[in-house]
Design a protein around this ligand. Structure first.
Ligand code: NAP
Length: 481
């Protein structure tokens, strides 16, 4: 049992103190692989959220004025501390989330990389001097920390999604009130412990758990919270956008996806299969950038399906803590029910199950990697985020047809294209209405590049230089001469 679990059980971090909910109420946390109870977290509400916001607001007064070098020094220490504890943090993540340990180690490493990236990026932040059209006036633009940040994160990447928010916020000089998902709270709470261990002052990072709706409403309604950064479903994102109107907050919204994965006849089949494996089955298909729809051109379709069937069949299911496991459990019974609904709908509408299709009848919420062919636009899988290990394959004839089909969704997060034709690659770059496009690459996330969606997949970017400026206010100053 990872040592962090004992340290964190039953406690939230508010103004440097580890405390329970005022009412003493708790919520239990379940290991999805065994359905055993891992522990309890405080069921906090409006009062504790207000206390956390007040603490963050008071700390902002001094934290926002600290030297950049001091903040980058602390962030570098935080990076090193994460990597020193990579194994224990990865175990904690697998225990509550289910993903295989190797993937959990990767998530801790990329989270640490975000912290280091923003520690470096703040030192490269520059305003502008704009040439005056007449006379000697000087026009300047300067960046300033935006204020208290509210951060709400999901269960599928409970560690790295918070890293993308804490990194830029702390580098910029902002203070934070974070709310991790109740399903995977410990990987969020542990950031508070590590921040304390490396010397972040009290009140700079506050982490609370409990009633999502109440905590969310309190954060959204509070005038001192100047920015909210949310990763989660489009449905909840829209609620938060509406709630932000009263106090006109700056928002970053990383929402749902419906990624197309397009394989043209001229593609390198080996590369396409490698990309399919990683973009479909990572985290058991529960990533926002997961392939949702495979579109395969008729000349390569059958060969692609044969290989996709093979790799899907060979994935080993089991407890993520065990060696050699490729696929852990889904997060809970609702996730299994959603996958079953998508499969039943596809079969009822003429789809063929090539591989899998069943829940594993052991304890836990395991689901077999599944391949369905003969998919078409009237199936649920064409429009809904599957969020599970189900590959659905649509056959297409030509480029115009696949562009129209790929864009026929309100989402616009990730997309993938496999082709060896450079002209076609650039045509697809122009035509696809997606914030991220992987050409011959199924793994596109990197700290250096702006991660984010178009359309109803979100607002703003995480990572890259854009991920920092989202936490800053831009001021323009006119100096008359
Ligand atoms: P979710 O249900 O929207 O929950 C996300 C977070 O919001 C959780 O902390 C949740 O708390 C909280 N929440 C729920 N209702 C709320 C409310 N009314 N007010 C304030 N907060 C509320 O999403 P999820 O199921 O955890 O995550 C899966 C979704 O996230 C998928 O749609 C996926 O595509 C998306 N996602 C997007 C990205 C991206 O970068 N674009 C990355 C990862 C995931 P509780 O868990 O405590 O209820």
């Amino acid at each position: 049992m990872t040592k962090f679990l004992q340290d964190l059980d039953g406690k939230n971090l508010i103004n440097g103190a580890w405390v329970g909910a005022d009412t003493g109420e708790t919520v239990s946390v379940i290991d999805p692989a065994t359905l055993n109870e891992l522990g309890h977290i405080p069921n906090c509400g409006a009062r504790e959220t207000e206390m956390a916001i007040s603490a963050a607001d008071a700390a902002f007064g001094t934290w926002s004025k600290t030297d950049t070098l001091y903040r980058t020094g602390l962030l570098h220490k935080l990076h090193d501390c994460l990597m020193d504890h990579q194994e224990a943090l990865a175990e904690l993540l697998t225990l509550e989330q289910g993903k295989p340990l190797a993937e959990a180690r990767g998530e801790i490493a990329i989270g640490a990389a975000y912290i280091r990236w923003f520690a470096e990026e703040i030192r490269r932040l520059k305003g502008e001097i704009i040439p005056a059209p007449l006379g000697q006036n000087r026009f300047l633009t300067t960046y300033h920390p935006i204020g208290v940040v509210g951060a709400i994160t999901p269960w599928n990447f409970p560690s790295s999604m918070l890293a993308r928010k804490l990194g830029p916020a702390l580098a910029a000089g902002c203070t934070v009130v974070a709310k991790p998902s109740s399903l995977t709270p410990y990987s969020g709470l542990v950031w508070g412990k590590l921040c304390q261990d490396v010397g972040f002052p009290d009140g700079v990072v506050n982490i609370i758990t409990g009633s999502a709706r109440t905590i969310g409403e309190t954060i959204m309604g509070h005038a001192r919270v100047r920015k909210v950064t949310f990763t989660g479903s489009t449905e909840v994102g829209k609620t938060l956008i509406r709630q932000s109107a009263e106090t006109v907050k700056k928002l970053s919204m990383e929402l749902g996806g419906n990624a197309p994965f397009i394989v043209f006849d001229d593609a390198d089949l080996d590369k396409a299969i490698q990309g399919a494996l990683i973009s479909k089955y990572r985290n058991m298909g529960q990533t926002c950038v997961c392939t949702n729809r495979f579109y395969v051109q008729d000349g390569i379709h059958d060969r692609f399906v044969t290989r996709l069937n093979e790799i899907s069949k060979n994935l080993k299911l089991g407890n993520g803590l065990e060696d050699g496991v490729d696929q852990g459990p889904l997060i809970n019974d609702s996730a299994v029910a959603k996958v079953e609904e998508i499969i039943a709908d596809a079969v009822a509408k003429g789809g063929t199950i090539e591989v899998g299709g069943q829940r594993q009848q052991s304890k836990g919420t395991f689901f077999e990697p599944t391949v369905i062919t003969g998919a078409h636009k009237d199936m649920l899988c064409a429009t809904e985020e599957i969020f599970g290990p189900v590959s659905v394959v649509f056959k297409f004839k030509d480029e115009d047809e696949v562009i129209e089909a790929a864009n026929a969704t309100e989402f616009g997060l990730a997309s993938y294209v496999y082709t060896n034709d450079l002209n076609r690659a650039f045509r697809m770059n122009n035509a696809l209405e997606y914030g991220m496009i992987g050409i011959n690459s199924g793994l596109i996330t990197t700290v250096e590049a702006p991660f984010g969606g178009l359309k109803e997949s979100g607002i703003g970017k995480e990572g890259g230089s854009q991920g920092l400026t989202d936490y800053l206010s831009l001021k323009y100053t006119c100096i008359g001469m």
